[in-house]
Design a protein around this ligand. Structure first.
Ligand code: GLV
Length: 361
C-alpha cells in the first residue's frame, strides 16, 4: 500500500482518507472561509490514482479516497456516493439507476477510463448528471499493448520464456530449426475491428510492420491507409484480427462461435477492448481445436478472470490483466483528465470530455 505516487503513506489504515479537509489547527480560518465562499463540495474517489492529480483535487474539494487495494463494495460505494456532490470512479464501479436514486446531491460523475459501459448513461442523463471520461490520452499506450499481444501471441514469446526458465533449452536443442515456430506479421493481413482512435493507432502500427490493413467500423467511416471491408469479409481475409469497438448490446459476443468459424484457419485474435466482445467458451474451443493459431487477451467478461475459466486451460493464449493503458505517464494523464472533468462538473462548467453531452443538450 502507498506506492511512490500514492496519496497514502505506508501504514495508513484501510479507511477513508480525507485529503482536502481543513487541518484541525486551521478550523477557525476554515470556518471563516466557508462562511465567505460556501462549503467545499464533497467528492468520493473510489481508488487511489497514480500521479499528482488527487493532490490537485484536494486543494479544491473535500475528497475522500477509498484506500483499499480493491474497489469499494457496492454497499460502500452507495454509502459514500450518496453524501457526495462529485464521484470519481473507475471501470470496476457499477454506476446504475438504483445507485443514482440515492445520490440526490450528485452533480458530476467522472470515470478514470475511456470505456463507460460500467455507467448507465441514460440514467445519469435523465437526472441531468454529466459523465466525464478520458479519451485521447490512452490511445497510443493501449495500441502498444494490443500490438504487443499480437507479437507475443504470434511469436510465442510467453511460451518461449517458459521454455527457457523450465530447462527445456538443452544442448541438443541449442539452435533447433523447428523450435517454437511462429507466424510472421510482415506481409500478413491485419483486420482492425473498430476504427476509433485506438483502432487507427493499431492500424498505423500494422502499416509500420509491413502488413496489409483491413478495417471495419460500425460507422463505416473511411480511414486513410485502411481498406474498408464488411465485418464478415474482414474475418475471412485477416491473418490477425484486433478488436477495438466499444461494448454495447449490439457488440456483445461479436466474436462468437460463428464468427470464429469464419476466421481464417490459423488466424490470431487479439482483444484489448472489452471482454464482453468475445464468447470465451467458443474462443477456448477454437484454440483447443487448432482452428485459431493463437490469441492474446487483455480483457475478460468477468474481471479478474475466474479461476475456473476455460481460457486458463486453452493453448496458445497470452493473457494480461487489463493493462492496456498501464504506463506511468498515461495513467497520470488519465487521472489528470478525470480530475479536470470532475472539477468542471462541480463548477457547472462544460466537461472537457463528456460521454453524455448530446443527451444533456
Ligand atoms: C480501459 O479499459 C478504459 O476504458 O480506460
Amino acid at each position: 500500500m502507498g506506492g511512490p505516487n500514492s496519496p497514502l503513506k505506508s501504514g495508513d489504515s484501510p479507511r477513508l482518507l480525507q485529503i482536502g479537509g481543513a487541518p484541525r489547527s486551521a478550523c477557525v480560518t476554515e470556518r471563516a472561509r466557508r462562511a465567505r465562499v460556501g462549503p467545499r463540495p464533497n467528492v468520493f474517489v473510489t481508488r487511489r490514482l497514480p500521479g499528482g492529480a488527487l493532490e490537485r483535487l484536494g486543494e479544491r474539494v473535500d475528497a475522500k479516497v477509498w484506500p483499499g487495494e480493491g474497489a469499494p463494495s457496492p454497499e460502500e460505494l452507495r454509502r459514500e456516493a450518496r453524501r457526495s456532490q462529485g464521484l470519481l470512479c473507475l471501470l470496476t464501479d457499477r454506476i446504475d439507476s438504483p445507485l443514482l436514486d440515492r445520490c440526490r446531491d450528485l452533480r458530476v460523475i467522472s470515470t478514470c477510463s475511456v470505456g463507460v459501459d460500467h455507467i448507465d448513461l441514460a440514467a445519469a442523463s435523465a437526472r441531468g448528471i454529466p459523465v466525464g471520461y478520458t479519451p485521447g490520452v490512452l490511445v497510443e499506450t493501449t495500441a502498444d499493448l494490443a500490438f504487443g499481444l499480437l507479437l507475443a501471441a504470434s511469436r510465442r514469446l510467453v511460451e518461449a520464456d517458459r521454455f527457457v526458465r523450465e530447462g527445456g533449452w538443452t544442448p541438443d536443442r541449442s539452435w533447433d530449426p523447428g523450435l517454437l515456430l511462429g507466424r510472421d506479421l510482415w506481409g500478413a493481413t491485419l483486420g482492425v475491428v473498430g476504427l476509433g482512435a485506438i483502432g487507427q493507432a493499431v492500424a498505423r502500427r500494422g502499416q509500420g510492420f509491413g502488413m496489409r490493413v483491413l478495417g471495419w467500423t460500425p460507422s463505416r467511416r473511411p480511414v486513410p491507409g485502411v481498406e474498408p471491408v464488411e465485418f464478415a469479409a474482414l474475418l475471412e481475409a485477416a491473418d490477425f484480427v484486433s478488436l477495438h469497438v466499444a461494448l454495447a448490446p449490439e457488440t456483445r459476443n461479436l466474436i462468437d462461435a460463428r464468427a470464429l468459424a469464419r476466421m481464417r484457419p490459423g488466424a490470431v485474435l487479439v482483444n484489448a477492448a472489452r471482454g464482453g466482445l468475445v464468447d470465451e467458451e467458443a474462443l477456448a474451443d477454437a484454440l483447443r481445436g487448432g482452428r485459431l493459431a493463437a490469441a492474446g487477451l487483455d480483457v475478460f467478461a468477468h474481471e479478474p478472470l475466474d479461476r475456473d475459466s476455460p481460457l486458463l486451460r486453452a493453448p496458445n493464449l497470452v493473457l494480461t490483466p487489463h493493462i492496456g493503458s498501464a504506463s506511468v505517464a498515461t495513467r497520470a494523464r488519465m487521472a489528470d483528465l478525470a480530475v479536470d472533468n470532475l472539477l468542471a462538473g462541480l463548477e457547472r462548467r462544460p466537461l472537457p470530455h463528456c460521454a453524455n453531452a448530446a443527451a444533456l443538450g
